[in-house]
Design a protein around this ligand. Structure first.
Ligand code: ATP
Length: 928
């Protein structure tokens, strides 16, 4: 392609405003007031902003402009102040109950109790605040990872930059699927359509062009402008940035559309509800108990009231929702570290129940490093050596008989050949019907654009050919629906239509208009290449009249000449085979959805062991089925070849009609509906369009299939750990309540003082509640079937365990305290032993709950945090037991060494009984 060389122009058309750099004031005026760029001609716009369409800005310009206007970011709306967020933690029913208790103790003169209650209230609020912050910062870090890139021309090079780096006057190239990164005056548009609903409310895409407008028009009618936060749905464009950041139209209404949503997940909602019901039940029991106590004159009223309040506080699992959010948020953070950026919390849960992953092939299962390996023209076959985009490699002709070509590997290679005739045409057309650029950076050859385009540029360099004499007139960019790309180009006063695309598509077009076309020959050649797992692209052209300026699809329908086929190698990623095996073991079926030929798809599926049968159906076959027919046969297929984005949407719906939770990957603008429809829409971070990323629930930063499987594993870990937290917190909380309840009913003195119960609550909240946040994944997590979506988090078996463990801990505490009292041991010592019994039972039970398998195994030490929090808890227990200052406040007393045997024995009893129960229920489940 001819490089149209321009120098930075200083002259102008129309009025002569001062140059941009001359005065800062002038620059500000440009950003702030001059928003009528649609009225300004292209050359004038370039002139005013001192830019150049082909060369873009210089490094110097960029630096000075950025220092003037800052980054191309929208100012974030103000967050709540830290103090307000802290104060909000006091708006909580448990805190209210505690405050009532605090006032009450003050009233009856128990000042030390008031102080303890005050501290507990503060600690509770502080924990809530820290947890909320932790969850939020995890989510906002994820938000920062969703960077939008922009393709710009700077110093004559086409490069991708972070869109926040854009400055006024930057020349930007946008294509279908891109988000518009700033307000841009269009300089050149090809079939351009932009969806502007965020700004105008209009759902349909608007046709855009570069023509200067006259008069004053509203934003919705500015057809030569592309506005920030809208998205390109068709065609492509080049334009110049005229406003950035807050100065853009969207900036003026300050609305960020790409926010990560921190929604309440179904799980959090059901946990909140669970917490609420339990709280109501506890309050009811407390009221009844108080009535009972008063009626039977069990304790003195103040002691009774305080005991009942403590029971309520002790047994309400108030930390549950907060800790659940933290587990989810940390899960999201872990996933991000492993390259899956989850945009909303509910997806973390849904991931654990995925049944089907519908995945693209190119770039997700394969490396997306395309290399042309074979060229077939009429009666000749060539092989191309070299790998990747480096032009190191040569083209050799294969020997073969007429009517060609065998698939034998022992082909003899002829001497180095001359590139001429159809071979030359094919290589040139491949490089002309192209939207990529190939450059050498730091010794490495890299492409900007589609790999399928890039490999043709490498081929052209390998052949030592050059397209700079051709001039591009118009083009149809590649589109997965049409599966080809076409351009009109001029060479020496001659005009040509050049096309490259899916062979079957082009062959159909050609055979419709040309009865002489030897379709069978070409189909055989195509199959030959496809069966080797290669992507096949056909190259065609025709000469056209000089009058034709604009390219339309119908221009291809007549006189197109097929020059030849190209076989492109795109090997599978190494990790994919293992990831597919893991998914299959985890009961998740992987389906390949590809635009490629069925033979190519089947061969790649075989290489990656997609399934045992690799049954294939094509898009056109699928189009013939009704929705009902499709959903009844969908489970018979593993591969969907020659599929279009529309097919994807139907495929997702068909699986969902079979009650299967479906994850679907996508990258193009047309994939958006399927991504939205899927239970988990997964977009590609590298090759994905901005539109796909916005429509998805999860972005794969590395475009790698195995990342999805890792995310499923993490999703299962998160869910299991939330479940473990509930299974841990409920019985231990209930146990504390039961101790008070049973003592009152039996009219026994309380073995634990209210402040002691508050202490247990407080120290557990700051230590062992966190143990499950970092619990590693269960070793058989990926050998289980996916969880049913609406499966209840607490099963009947769990309820039984919750109840018996609560009774066991309470019972042990009560029995031992009775026993010690009967031996005449002082009340303070009895209380201290009982307090330690409850805490030690919690510690031992924590290790029961860590795994569904046997607790004592080589996995015992996998969660270092669990040991750390236990160590902290033991230190705190030592403090309350031995520090004299604590004794007066908490009414505790130092214990002799042998007294520690009670808590240890009790902990061990709980641990052993739960282990036996786990073992028996595992056996029972196996028998079932
Ligand atoms: P996958 O789902 O595996 O990622 P895909 O959706 O990327 O595949 P398409 O891009 O729709 O598949 O490609 C379908 C066919 O279109 C290819 O087999 C190839 O023949 C042709 N093709 C792909 N990219 C180009 C391109 N840039 N120029 C011309 N033809 C192309």
């Amino acid at each position: 392609m001819q490089a149209k060389s321009h120098s930075h122009r200083k002259s102008s058309i129309g009025e002569e405003p001062p140059p941009l750099q001359s005065k800062e004031e002038h620059s500000k005026r440009l950003q702030l007031k001059d928003s009528n760029w649609y009225k300004v001609s292209q050359s004038e716009t370039l002139n005013r902003l001192n830019s150049n369409k082909d060369l873009g800005l210089s490094e110097e310009d960029i630096i000075s402009r950025r220092s003037k206007y800052g980054k191309n970011n929208l100012t974030e709306s103000k967050k709540q102040s830290k103090l307000v967020r802290f104060l909000k933690q006091f708006n909580n029913s448990v805190i209210y109950i505690l405050l009532v208790a605090g006032v009450f103790t003050l009233f009856i003169g128990h000042i030390s109790d008031t102080v303890v209650i005050g501290i507990v209230v503060l600690v509770n609020a502080l924990i809530g605040y820290i947890q909320e912050n932790k969850a939020e910062s995890a989510i906002s870090k994820i938000k920062q990872m969703l960077v939008v890139n922009a393709t710009v021309i700077r110093e004559g090079q086409r490069i991708d930059i972070d869109a926040s780096e854009l400055v006024l006057g930057d020349i930007v190239y946008l294509e279908a699927g891109d988000s518009v990164p700033a307000d841009i005056r269009i300089l050149e548009a090809n079939n351009l359509k932009i969806q502007e609903s965020v700004l105008t409310g209009e759902a349909d895409s608007v046709q855009k062009n570069e023509k200067t407008l006259i008069g004053t028009v509203t934003v919705a009618d500015q057809t030569n402008m592309a506005f920030a936060s809208t998205s390109v749905t068709n065609g492509d464009m080049t334009g110049i940035v005229v406003a950035t950041g807050d100065y853009t139209e969207i900036g003026k209404i300050n609305q960020s559309i790409n926010d990560v949503k921190q929604e309440k997940t179904p799980l959090i909602i059901s946990i909140n509800n669970l917490g609420k019901y339990i709280s109501y039940a506890i309050v009811l029991v407390a009221v009844l108990l108080f009535g009972f106590g008063v009626l039977f004159k069990i304790y003195e009223i103040p002691v009774l009231l305080l005991s009942v309040i403590t029971m309520v506080v002790g047994s309400i699992p108030e930390g549950l929702p907060a800790i659940t959010s933290v587990i989810l948020a940390i899960g999201v953070q872990n996933m991000a570290r492993k390259n899956s950026i989850v945009k909303n919390l509910p997806s973390v849960e849904t991931l654990g129940s995925v049944n089907i992953i519908g995945t693209d092939k190119t770039g997700t299962l394969t490396k997306n490093e395309m290399t042309v390996k074979d060229i077939i023209i009429q009666n000749h076959q060539y092989i191309v050596t070299g790998d990747g985009y480096s032009p190191d490699g040569e083209i050799f002709e294969m020997e073969g008989k007429e009517g060609l070509l065998t698939n034998k590997s022992s082909k003899k290679i002829k001497n180095k050949l001359k590139i001429e005739g159809d071979l030359k045409k094919l290589i040139l057309i491949g490089a002309l019907a192209n939207d990529a650029t190939l450059n050498q950076e730091e010794g490495k050859w890299i492409i900007n654009g589609e790999p399928t385009d890039g490999c043709f540029l490498t081929l052209c360099k390998k052949a030592n050919l050059d397209t700079s004499d051709f001039v591009e007139i118009d083009k149809i960019p590649f589109d997965s629906d049409f599966k080809y790309m076409a351009k009109i180009v001029d060479l020496n006063e001659e005009r040509y239509l050049v096309v490259k695309g899916a062979p079957d598509k082009l062959m159909d077009i050609i055979s419709n208009s040309n009865s002489e076309f030897d379709k069978t020959y070409w189909q055989n050649q195509m199959t030959l290449l496809a069966k080797q797992g290669k992507r096949v692209v056909a190259v065609a052209y025709k000469k056209i009249s000089q009058d034709i300026q604009i390219i339309e699809h119908k221009l291809l329908r007549t006189d197109l000449i097929l020059v030849g086929l190209v076989g492109i190698m795109d090997p599978p990623k190494e990790q994919v085979i293992d990831a597919i095996m893991q998914a299959r073991n985890a009961g998740v079926k992987v389906k390949m959805i590809t635009g490629d030929h069925p033979d190519t798809a089947v061969e790649i599926a075989r290489q990656i062991k997609l399934s045992d049968e690799n049954r294939v159906i094509t898009g056109p076959q699928l189009d013939k089925l009704t929705d009902t027919e499709l959903s009844s046969v969908i489970q018979d297929y593993d591969i969907f070849a020659r599929a279009t984005p529309e097919n994807k949407l139907r495929i997702v719906k068909a699986y969902q009609a079979n009650n299967l939770i479906t994850a679907m990957t996508g990258d193009g603008v047309n994939d958006a509906p399927a991504l939205k429809q899927a239970d988990i829409g997964i977009s590609m971070g590298i090759k994905g369009t901005d539109v796909a990323k916005e429509s998805s629930d999860m972005v794969l930063a590395d475009d790698n299939f195995s990342t999805i499987v890792d995310a499923i594993k993490e999703g299962r870990r998160v869910y299991d750990n939330i479940k473990k937290t509930i299974k841990f917190l409920l019985p231990t909380s209930i146990a504390e309540g039961l101790i008070v309840l049973i003592s009152i009913i039996l009219n026994n003195p309380l073995p634990l003082e209210p402040v002691q119960l508050l202490w247990i609550n407080m120290v557990s909240a700051i230590t062992i509640s966190f143990a499950f946040v970092f619990e590693p994944v269960e070793k058989d997590a990926m050998n289980k079937k996916p969880r049913q979506k609406n499966e209840s988090i607490i099963k009947s078996q769990d309820t039984i365990r919750i109840l018996y463990v609560a009774t066991l801990i309470a019972g042990l505490g009560l029995i031992i305290s009775q026993h010690l009292t009967s031996l005449g041991i002082s009340k303070d010592i009895v209380s201290t032993v009982t307090l330690n019994i409850v805490v030690f039972c919690k510690i031992f039970y924590l290790f029961n709950i860590r795994t569904e398998g046997t607790a004592i195994s080589k996995n015992l030490f996998t969660n270092k945090i669990a040991f750390l929090v236990v160590a902290i808890l033991i230190v705190l227990q030592m403090m309350i037991t031995y520090l004299p200052q604590m004794h007066s406040v908490f009414r505790t007393a130092p214990l002799q060494i042998k007294s520690w045997l009670y808590p240890l024995y009790c902990g061990f009893i709980v641990f052993s009984i739960v282990e036996i129960e786990k073992f028996l229920s595992l056996k029972l489940r196996k028998i079932k």
